[in-house]
Ligand binder design. Structure first.
Ligand SMILES: [Zn+2]
Ligand SMILES: [Zn+2]
Length: 153
């Protein structure tokens, strides 16, 4: 299992709820009661829980910033021009910009970050990168293309 920002935000929400429950404990212990100190200590733990929630939210934001989802499409594209590659002897050349790539690591899935969600007419969702979406636009008729927000906060 990989840790996702959503996972951390869920935990932060639980810590916040727990802090709120502790803060909601009745504060009715008389000042001269021997119960006063332990109850005060329990209430203080709510502050720690709230701090923990805050730090979980910060971690979620940091994680979202570094965790880009790779595209994973098995076919090759030019990241800027899409399905414009001519391949010969292990070298692919973009017909538009003439950039070349040598693919001795053959069939490694695309490592570009996911930036689009494509929904075909059958309702199947596929996430892909800029280059792949260009290729898909040409290849998939009647699909819906949705630009994804950069790293959700
Ligand atoms: Zn190109
Ligand atoms: Zn891709």
């Amino acid at each position: 299992m990989i840790v996702t920002p959503a996972h951390l935000r869920t935990l932060a929400g639980r810590a916040e709820a727990l802090a709120a429950e502790v803060w909601a404990l009745p504060d009715t212990t008389p000042d001269d009661s021997p119960e006063r100190a332990p109850v005060a200590a329990a209430r203080h733990s709510a502050d720690l829980l709230a701090q923990g929630a805050e730090s979980l939210r910060r971690a979620a934001a940091d994680l979202a910033a570094v965790q880009v989802e790779p595209c994973g499409m098995p076919w090759r594209v030019c990241p800027e021009h899409g399905n414009t590659l001519d391949s010969q002897a292990g070298v692919s050349t973009c017909r538009v910009c003439r950039r070349t790539w040598s693919y001795d690591r053959a069939d490694r899935p695309c490592q570009e970050p996911v930036t689009w969600k494509v929904i075909d007419r059958a309702g199947t969702e596929t996430k892909m990168c800029d280059g792949h979406v260009l290729g898909a636009r040409a290849a998939v008729a009647g699909a819906t293309f949705i630009r994804l927000d950069p790293a959700p906060a």
